[in-house]
Unconditional design. Structure first.
Lengths: 492, 451
């Protein structure tokens, strides 16, 4: 007779209990020192105290094991190729992490007197300057917490610019139909409405359709360049000039900045501002979905409206948080931005210098074009041009001939030990696969990805069930998302 | 120069050939020639060794809360985080992964998000939480927009004792909309007085926002407030001050809140000069479809194995675009994981002890400060762990003088409360971290700098 275990031990590969299921009465994971001042336990009258508090009770080892198991249930950049288009999943250098943990970076309070945070203010001041130089702009706000908040800051500045000129009737924002969903959502948060501009057959903004929408009701255009098809707008200056002629401004979505570092400055192409995703271009970790940071760089037209605070240099050479900016759009989050993330971005830029940054973009673009060249015979390439740092394939052929969809191809890639590309985006490409390898990958990794994609295309013809039932070796199979949304269970 | 690329020269040549070009510059033919390869005025690249030295020097020019005692609060608190929290946030499979778009290879993140949401609901006494927003201040901003969507009204009443950072963010968040923002006035008139928010509610009011403990550390009796707010058809938003107070204090749910928010920093996250932290946000069940941000939900796979997915995505920008509940894309997942680790290490007894000790230290400090000439504690009792203190000097001057005593102490209020008579006051915060000796040192320094 074999002894049965009371429960199968979780290893990360077997189901991991919830924290609350691991809880054991009477166990504690941390002990504070004994209180060294008189207790004041009876201060709070009953009408303000909580009757109960049910948190899990675990020892430190079991907490560590739980999170270790959870981490084992993730794919990450450190473990696998992660060509998630539009997200720039590049390597996160470890020096960044060490810098962020220095006590003088990690343990400073945002409201300390300025004479006790000179180093932090100098770092921010320098980063403002570096980001403005890389993009060709005049000034920078480091405050936005993420790209989407950078968009919000930027569009509020566009609004403030028009209003400062007494122009209150502009409410129309033009957004290409290939844009990220955050663009129209941001415009709506600013009280604007959006009009989608179609993409022409070459993958550029349709100039004629754009011009037809331009008028004195237009706030501006929100434009991602390179665009979400991975293409550099061929008539970019014509586009930005046309918007300016109508009195509008051009907001730049800098999600794809990694393609053009040191290659072209967005300000030189007619953008009036640009947000930067430090977690994409400047290697700050994506953190399982945040934190990011979304600095915005602006030209002189928009500088007066920057959120507060801006780090300024005083006449005596000292750095200060400038809060006296009467035309400012105000404050979008508490304090001064995601300093811990900004310190990492600063580190990364200083590690590279101008030539290093240029080499990053050249390599990112080369890697993407290499994959494009080796995959465009088996998968449709709706816009067949030299791409920038990413490109978009379509699985329309596989869908028509083999009855498999992009989703199935993505799930099968998981079986080959790779994170799938971004799928079903941009919306204008049917069965889209948006592939961004970044500069960080070796040719061997790229070749392995090509081999996997080619094999999957073969399997789609010979044994489509391999795709339809993928992934085969993960801790869970495809999950019922309809049930999750219909009867939401969002807590234990 | 380390650029973290991994192509040998021979690889580059072969790859260029595969693409059909010989010069990498040909990849950028679509960029107008006159704008291509601009001069870039950046400092020269540094080797990792040089960079470690440079950043070490910059960091050393800051005084950290590990160098001197820190009695600054006002929205960020120097509580102790068990060592394990940082190590859990440092697990590479968390911090080098991204939003869990592919749930089969993101179950770790998704389960952690679900656990975080559960803990936030428990702390807040609410039904449903998101997986975090940017920070506590933007959580209040999002809560106001959410209340506006639910009530379809355009007037917002903010208590004057809400953190000024949050009030400023609300003001910016609603600036693009036709919203009337009304704030109750705070004034020092012998004692600290605040206009009653209930006197500002009308039938067009979308929501009333209060903070507990409030910005001045006061633990308010909110009994009956929700009834009045609800009678006028408005929503009650309760923003929590120092989140560790939830170890002992009634929850926003207990007070009848419809939406609850907090800055999560106090729950195990480093100060980091202001971020990244995480905004906690929860609501009653009936409003879940108006909640912004990422939400993890439990479901099953075809073999009935439990699993987690991003759910209710029809609320979000990538599906709904201009009709989304918010433009927010990422949550602060890594920080949410840190908070989840913190709360599971502390457990209910540990969190209660943090609250108990933080409060006891503030009580001890208040007793000693009251004995100083020219000083008076203005925060009414009961208070949690922060004290508004009237001083014989200008608050800003005082704080700089305390720097000479090697203390990080006090937030001045003159700028954020113009005309309120608070120019001579400072806000002091206490946590379990400060010893009695450190508090004694602060009290002595206060006496000396005004002597």
């Amino acid at each position: 007779m074999t002894t049965t275990l009371p429960e199968a031990p979780a290893t990360g590969l077997t189901p991991e209990p919830l924290l609350i299921e691991l809880s054991q009465p009477g166990v504690a994971g941390h002990q504070l020192p004994t209180l060294d001042v008189p207790a004041a336990d009876d201060d709070f009258p009953l009408q303000v105290t909580r009757p109960r508090l049910e948190l899990p009770r675990l020892g430190e080892l079991d907490v560590i094991r739980h999170f270790t198991h959870l981490a084992q249930r993730n794919y990450s950049i450190d473990s696998v190729f992660y060509p998630l288009g539009s997200c720039t999943m590049k390597y996160n250098p470890r020096i960044n992490e060490d810098v962020a943990r220095l006590p003088g970076i990690a343990h400073i309070h945002p409201l300390q007197p300025e004479e006790t945070v000179h180093g932090a203010l100098e770092l921010m001041f320098e980063l403002q300057r570096l980001l403005a130089e890389i993009t060709g702009f005049q000034a920078t706000t480091l405050q936005p917490a993420a790209g989407a908040q950078g968009e919000f800051a930027g569009m509020l500045m566009l609004r403030a610019y028009h209003r400062a000129r007494g122009d209150t009737k502009r409410r129309k924002v033009l957004v290409p139909d290939s844009a990220h969903g955050t663009n129209p959502a941001t415009a709506a948060m600013c009280g604007f409405y959006t009009v989608a501009i179609p993409t022409d057959p070459d993958g550029n903004v349709d100039q004629a359709r754009l011009e037809a929408e331009l008028g004195d009701d237009v706030v501006g255009l929100m434009l991602t360049n390179p665009n979400t098809l991975g293409l550099f707008e061929r008539h970019l200056r014509d586009v930005t000039d046309a918007v300016h002629r109508a009195g509008g401004l051009v907001y730049g979505d800098g999600a794809n900045l990694n393609a053009i570092l040191g290659v072209v400055k967005p300000a030189d192409m007619g953008f009036d501002c640009l947000h930067i995703n430090t977690h994409k271009t400047f290697s700050t970790p994506h953190g399982a979905g945040g934190p990011g940071a979304g600095p915005v760089v602006v030209g002189e037209l928009l500088e007066p409206f920057l959120p507060v605070p801006v780090v300024a240099r005083r006449a005596d050479g000292r750095f200060t948080l400038d809060l006296d900016r009467p035309a400012s759009i105000g404050r979008l989050k508490g304090f001064h931005g995601h300093f811990g993330i900004l310190a990492r971005a600063y580190t990364y830029i200083r590690l590279h210098g101008a030539d290093g940054l240029r080499r990053i973009s050249e390599t990112a673009v080369l890697n993407a074009n290499y994959l494009r060249a080796l995959l465009s015979d088996l998968y449709e390439l709706p816009y067949d041009r030299t791409c920038m740092h990413e490109f978009v394939l379509s699985a329309r052929r596989q869908k028509q001939r083999n009855g498999v969809r992009t989703l199935d191809i993505a799930k099968r890639l998981i079986d080959f030990g790779m994170h799938p590309p971004t799928i079903y985006f941009p919306l204008i490409v049917e069965e889209a696969l948006m592939i961004e390898p970044t500069e960080a990958e070796s040719r061997r990794t790229l070749d392995t990805f090509v081999a996997a994609m080619r094999r999957i295309a073969e399997e789609a013809g010979t044994d489509p069930s391999l795709l339809l039932n993928a992934p085969h070796h993960q801790v869970v199979g495809r999950l019922d998302e309809v049930q999750a949304a219909r009867k939401p269970i969002v807590r234990w | 120069m380390p650029d973290f690329t991994q192509l040998a020269p021979s690889d580059r040549e072969a790859m260029l050939a595969a693409v059909g070009i010989s010069d990498p510059r040909d990849l950028f033919a679509d960029v107008p020639a006159d704008a291509r390869y601009p001069a870039l005025d950046l400092p020269p690249a540094l080797a990792e060794l040089e960079l470690e030295r440079h950043l070490g020097e910059l960091a050393a020019r800051n005084v950290s809360a590990r160098d001197w005692s820190c009695f600054i609060g006002a929205g960020a608190y120097d509580h102790y985080a068990p060592a394990a929290v940082g190590h859990i946030m440092g697990l590479p499979n968390f911090y080098t992964s991204y939003t869990p778009y592919q749930p089969e290879v993101s179950q770790g993140t998704l389960q952690a998000m679900f656990e975080f949401q559960s803990l936030v609901c428990e702390l807040f006494g609410m039904d449903a939480a998101n997986a975090s927003v940017y920070d506590g201040a933007s959580a209040v901003g999002e809560a106001v927009l959410m209340a506006q969507r639910i009530s379809r009204r355009d007037r917002v009443v903010l208590a004057g004792s809400v953190n000024p950072q949050s009030r400023a963010v609300v003001s910016a968040y609603v600036s693009g909309r036709n919203v009337e923002l009304v704030s109750s006035r705070v004034v020092l008139d012998g004692e600290l007085r605040e206009e009653r928010v209930v006197d500002l509610i009308d039938d067009d009011t979308a929501c009333v926002v209060v903070q507990q403990p409030d910005y001045f550390g006061h633990v308010r009796d909110l009994n009956g407030l929700a009834e009045i707010v609800h009678q006028r058809g408005a929503l009650l938003v309760v923003g929590v001050g120092d989140a560790t107070s939830l170890g002992v204090l009634k929850t926003p749910g207990d007070w009848g809140a419809d939406i609850a928010t907090a800055e999560g920093q106090a729950l195990g996250l480093p100060l980091q000069f202001g971020g990244p932290w995480a905004g906690l946000m929860a609501c009653r069940a009936e409003h879940i479809r108006q909640l912004p941000g990422r939400i993890a939900g439990q479901t099953n796979d075809h073999e009935s194995r439990r699993g987690f997915v991003l759910t209710l995505q029809a609320r979000e920008q990538h599906i709904r675009r201009e009709k989304a509940t918010s433009n927010i894309c990422t949550s602060q997942t890594l920080l949410a994981i840190g908070i989840t680790a913190y709360l599971s290490l502390m457990g209910p007894a540990g969190l209660r002890e943090v609250a108990r000790q933080s409060h006891a230290k503030a009580v001890y400090a208040a007793g000693r400060i009251e004995q100083l000439d020219g000083y008076r504690v203005l925060t009414p009792e009961p208070f949690y762990n922060e004290l508004l203190v009237e001083t014989p000097l200008d608050g800003e001057t005082l704080r700089h003088r305390l720097v000479d005593k090697r203390l990080l102490a006090g937030v001045a209020l003159g700028r954020d409360f113009p005309g309120a008579g608070l120019d001579g006051a400072i806000l002091l915060a206490f946590t379990e971290r400060q010893t009695r000796a450190q508090i004694d040192q602060l009290v002595e320094a206060l006496a000396e700098v005004t002597a």
